[in-house]
Design a protein. Structure first.
Length: 326
């Protein structure tokens, strides 16, 4: 009599696994990472134009590159300290201090200082020729740090996207983008600093909150950025638009943008999400329509769509872990 009962009870147990909800696909975090990365890139897209607004031109110089770089870091550092205190953030682990210092050297000191010095001497379009190599550099640094081996097809998509960005920038400059300028060395150095800072910051964001990563990097930099900002304070009164440019790069480019960017890199992977940066020049151009009264043309839209296609195509290409060496 007990056998039929046990069978009737057992059969639902056997069938239960078939009705268990399927775990979310592994691409869900990656998709979220790409979305957050795009949000960060949208915030970063105005960095170079706003920096140019603050530093002026060789004929009409405004704030110094040193003051822009250190001032933005000092303001963001004070905001970071207040946030860390408000959230009672724990101190970083002992092993995290080294990567935090490297992150700070890359994105708090290197990139802001070198770009601020360069942007007085080159146009935003010219600078975008050099900035176009940043996604490729970030992917290379990410592959080394995270021991990944992107497939040849992924690198082909990355190279194609970089070539499209550079070709677009040269076309927009009427060929002037091909003429090298001494400031290009500063921009190339800035790209290397940013790639290193992005790579180490993304690695820290895998076990720290993304906002804490940039906040700690800014806070540990305050003993240097604060005094340097004070020493390089402009002697003459500055126009409102220069202070507005400084305010943007301080609060958004140096602080809030990294909340989304580092979280996106951690979720989606530095190698893949780095390619979202390819659309940054086109986003900057799009934002210039309402801000500067510039217009869009079919060539610009076509290049933008082509670059986005390389990003989407590259996402489908395999990125495998690098085998451990003996």
């Amino acid at each position: 009599m007990s056998t039929p009962v046990s069978a009737s009870v057992a059969s639902p147990d056997v069938a239960a696994p078939a009705t268990t909800p399927v775990p979310p696909p592994r691409t869900a975090p990656e998709a979220r990472g790409l979305a957050l990365g795009l949000l960060g890139v949208m915030i970063f897209a105005l960095t170079l134009p706003m920096t140019r607004l603050a530093v002026g031109t060789p004929d009409a110089p405004l704030m110094s590159g040193l003051f822009i770089a250190m001032g933005r870091a000092a303001v963001a550092g004070l905001l970071s300290g207040a946030l860390l205190l408000a959230l009672r953030a724990p101190l970083p682990q002992r092993a995290d201090w080294g990567p935090l210092v490297l992150t700070a050297l890359g994105v708090v000191f290197g990139f802001p200082l070198l770009t601020s010095m360069a942007m007085r001497h080159v146009s935003a379009v010219h600078a975008s020729v050099i900035v176009g190599v940043l996604p490729l550099a970030t992917a290379a640094v990410g592959a080394l740090l995270h021991r990944q081996r992107p497939s040849p097809a992924f690198w082909a998509c990355a190279l194609l996207g970089t070539a499209l960005v550079v070709a677009f920038a040269v076309l927009r400059s009427g060929g002037a983008g091909l003429a090298l300028h001494p400031a290009d060395l500063l921009l190339l150095g800035a790209m290397l600093c940013a790639a290193v800072g992005y790579g180490f910051g993304a690695r820290l964001s895998q076990h720290m909150r993304a906002e804490f990563v940039i906040c700690w990097a800014l806070v540990i930099s305050l003993p240097a950025t604060g005094p340097l900002a004070a020493l390089s304070w402009p002697a003459a009164p500055m126009p409102v638009h220069a202070w507005g440019g400084l305010a943007y790069v301080s609060v958004f480019s140096m602080w809030l943008g990294f909340f989304a960017w580092y979280r996106g890199l951690a979720l989606g992977g530095t190698v893949r999400v780095s390619q979202v940066q390819l659309v940054q020049p086109f986003l900057g151009m799009l934002f210039a329509v309402p801000l500067l009264g510039e217009g869009l043309d079919t060539v610009s839209v076509g290049f933008g769509l082509a670059v986005m296609a390389t990003v989407l195509l590259g996402r489908r290409m395999p990125v495998r872990p690098r085998p451990a060496s003996a």
